[in-house]
Design a protein around this ligand. Structure first.
Ligand code: NAP
Length: 243
């Protein structure tokens, strides 16, 4: 039987690398993003690995768009074995200067999206009596970070959500886990001021920045059979930042 993975925010960065790794593991891939050109590039990379790949442009913070997209993915692939909630944004600033729209957008795109996608996909997984839901949190959801009250609240929210979901769905054969990356080199972190980058890098015990491949390896483990007795966990992949 073909296995299907659905990855949000898979047009670039960590999401694209997760898709590549899961395709290497033998998954067909349903990829979501907002940017059609990025999606087309990711699709070509997955197809070059010999896996089926279809792309879905949708805003994961919209419950209506997610419901429609998940319906279409189910029609196109027949099943969804793995959901990776990866799409996310930052709108950094100290709380005193943080605009309400920056709070709302980060919570909507980073956290409500996880509710939207997990809710729609878990209906399908419950009928299958199996599935894995893997959400990308962050080290700052555990440790906090000045200038990221909105982002760290959204990522801490993902951690609480994951633990509750794991308890709700365990008896249905569905596992839910989170990965908490540290400081990973992607377009998201490229735009940080150099001072913030240096400060983050200085906090990494292993002494070097993470790559999207480091995160994708952990997702691959959580998506596969070797992690069958693991649910409700948050695995930090951060060079030792949070310990
Ligand atoms: P990235 O390079 O900015 O990629 C994020 C992707 O998500 C982009 O392709 C973006 O599309 C997409 N996206 C944004 N809003 C969306 C929406 N409403 N609906 C659908 N797709 C949307 O970021 P990244 O560094 O790979 O981060 C991926 C995940 O890892 C995020 O959840 C992030 O918070 C988390 N993370 C990253 C780091 C790090 O150091 N990089 C550390 C900890 C956690 P557009 O380009 O069209 O906006």
């Amino acid at each position: 039987m073909e296995k299907t993975a659905f990855i949000t925010g898979a047009g670039r960065g960590i999401g694209r690398q997760i898709a590549i790794r899961l395709a290497e593991d033998g998954f067909d891939c349903a990829l979501n993003d907002l940017n059609e050109n990025d999606l087309a590039e990711s699709k070509a990379l997955i197809e070059a690995l010999g896996r089926k790949c279809m792309v879905y442009k949708a805003d994961v913070s919209s419950s209506a768009e997610v419901e429609e997209m998940v319906k279409q993915i189910h029609a196109d692939f027949g099943r969804i074995d793995v959901l990776v909630n990866n799409a996310g944004i930052t709108r950094d600033g100290l709380l005193m200067r943080m605009k309400e729209e920056d709070w709302d957008n980060v919570l909507r795109i980073n956290l409500k999206s996880v509710y939207n996608c997990s809710k729609s996909v878990s209906k399908i997984m419950m009928k299958q009596k199996s599935g894995r839901i893997i959400s990308i949190a962050s080290v700052v959801g555990i440790m906090g970070n000045a200038g990221q009250c909105n982002y760290s609240a959204s990522k801490a929210g993902i951690i609480g959500f994951t633990k509750s979901l794991a308890k709700e769905l365990a008896s249905r054969g569905i596992r839910a886990n989170a990965v908490a990356p540290g400081y990973v080199q992607t377009p998201m972190t490229e735009k940080l001021p150099q001072e913030a980058k240096d400060k983050l890098a200085a906090q990494i015990p292993l002494g070097y920045l993470g790559t999207p491949e480091h995160i994708a390896s952990c997702v691959s483990f959580l998506a596969g059979k070797d992690s069958e007795y693991i649910t409700g966990q948050v695995i930090s992949v951060d060079g030792g930042m949070a310990m």
